[in-house]
Ligand binder design. Structure first.
Ligand code: BTN
Length: 259
């Protein structure tokens, strides 16, 4: 795994974005990029500030899970100040941004498992965590955290090897993380800026979901639901059709595909 280290300047240099990634705070090692991004956001960091770490020692995932991010992976957080109406679309922007940039940089096709896991050949290659602070009808800040398994061997990590993959494992060679990061920041900015112009981001996200039409089990708020994932609404919630014909709207949860 002979890839050189990242740096703020290498990421920002001629990036071509308006604001995402114009300021990058880089750490060789950090507990979690979410913690630093939150602190920065609370201090009023400019929109689009990125916090990135070569390695996280306490990376976190959704539902209070730990997130493994050894050297060779990508772990970054992006600070945004969206209008409240766009908050629920950030999962779509982030997951689609990852799908696009994986394809552009590696040629690999990936799909999204609702709400925002990115899978290749049914195994997880990227996890996304969105944390925000809302006061009244105003978003104080929103942070998109993205972890991508890039240049690592899943078999070196037995705790995740049955459910996870990496780009290098799928492609059979290492991938320049710098290209992935720069592409990702540009792609996320493009999708984020497209939100006010209509439904295109939602429609593309929906079309890239591997979950729809499948029999699923969903854990949400300590309840487990089973049924067919029938559709998703434009606010990101999932409609689950049960065997008795009834429907449940699920806002957030953890999906297991049953077939
Ligand atoms: C999940 O799949 O549960 C979400 C994983 C999110 C991981 C990323 S890595 C960068 C950022 N920092 C963290 O501690 N978590 C997110």
């Amino acid at each position: 795994m002979g890839e050189s280290s990242l740096s703020s300047i290498a990421i920002t240099d001629n990036l071509g974005t308006c604001f995402i990634g114009q300021r990058v705070i880089y750490y060789p090692k950090l507990t979690s990029t979410m913690d630093v991004a939150k602190h920065e956001a609370q201090q009023g960091a400019i929109e689009g500030t990125v916090v990135i770490a070569e390695e996280q020692t306490a990376g976190r995932g959704r539902i209070k899970r730990a997130w493994l991010s050894p050297k060779g992976s990508i772990a970054l957080s992006i600070i945004l100040y969206p209008d409240l109406g766009y908050l629920s679309s950030l999962i779509m922007v982030a997951s689609l941004g990852v799908v696009h940039c994986i394809e552009k940089v590696t040629g690999l096709k990936s799909r999204i498992k609702w709400p925002n896991d990115v899978l290749i050949n049914d195994k997880k290659v990227c996890g996304i965590l969105i944390e925000s602070e809302v006061k009244g009808n105003r978003v104080d800040y929103a942070i998109i955290g993205i972890g991508i398994n890039v240049n690592l061997r899943p078999s070196d990590f037995p705790e995740i090897s049955s459910v996870a993959t990496s780009l290098s494992h799928e492609l059979g060679r290492d991938i320049p993380r710098l290209d992935m990061i720069r592409c990702l920041l540009a792609e996320i900015e493009r999708l984020y800026l497209a939100l006010p112009s209509g439904d295109s981001v939602y429609q593309e996200w929906r079309d890239n979901l591997v979950t729809l039409g499948k029999k699923v089990q969903i854990s949400s708020d300590e309840t487990t639901y089973e049924g067919i994932a029938e559709s998703v609404a434009s606010n990101g919630s999932l409609l689950l059709r049960h065997s008795d014909g009834s429907l449940t709207k699920i806002v957030t949860g953890d999906v297991t595909l049953r077939d």
